[in-house]
Design a protein. Structure first.
Ligand SMILES: [Zn+2]
Length: 157
């Protein structure tokens, strides 16, 4: 599903702000060997305003992401909150700039730039997962303490 919105009215009436929104589902993404799943509909909403040269797009979006806990690998859900304020140039060949041609604005590049920038490197299934996991490890391995006392018996790991 294309992440687009119609900007015909905003282009026609420069200087006025118009609300816009986009709703849709996102396909899973790969992130450093991890699989990110988007379990809910994502909604981007905000305003756009054309000043004669460029379209200023402001908006916000909350993106629930299902991923794996960095400590125990259980399912972990994280919400990435984004806020946008970008200028989209018309009729430019600048590679770095966001652009819009015709009456359709593609939000895709702005969305993913913001998403990857704000996505935390890792996720935890719950805030105290780290302590829970290390307790378990100690319980499962009663000799762990001996390794600390006699590091030479720990072997080459
Ligand atoms: Zn965990």
């Amino acid at each position: 599903m294309r992440m687009e919105c119609n900007i015909a009215l905003a282009l026609k009436r420069a200087g006025e702000s118009f609300p816009f929104s986009w709703e849709g589902r996102l396909a899973p993404e790969e992130f450093g060997g991890e699989r990110l799943v988007f379990p809910e509909t994502v909604r981007i909403a905000g305003e756009l305003c054309f000043d004669g040269d460029a379209l200023t797009v402001t908006g916000t979006c909350k993106v629930p992401v299902r991923r794996n806990c960095a400590r125990c690998n259980a399912a972990a859900t994280q919400t990435v909150a984004l806020s946008f304020s970008e200028r989209f140039l018309r009729e430019t060949t600048e590679d770095e700039a966001y652009t819009c041609n015709g009456d359709t604005l593609s939000l895709e590049r702005m969305f993913w730039d913001g998403f990857w920038l704000h996505l935390p490197m890792t996720a935890l299934c719950r805030a105290d997962c780290e302590s829970a996991c290390s307790e378990e490890t100690e319980k499962e391995n009663p000799f762990a303490i001996l390794r600390t006392l006699h590091p030479e018996s720990a072997g080459q790991e």
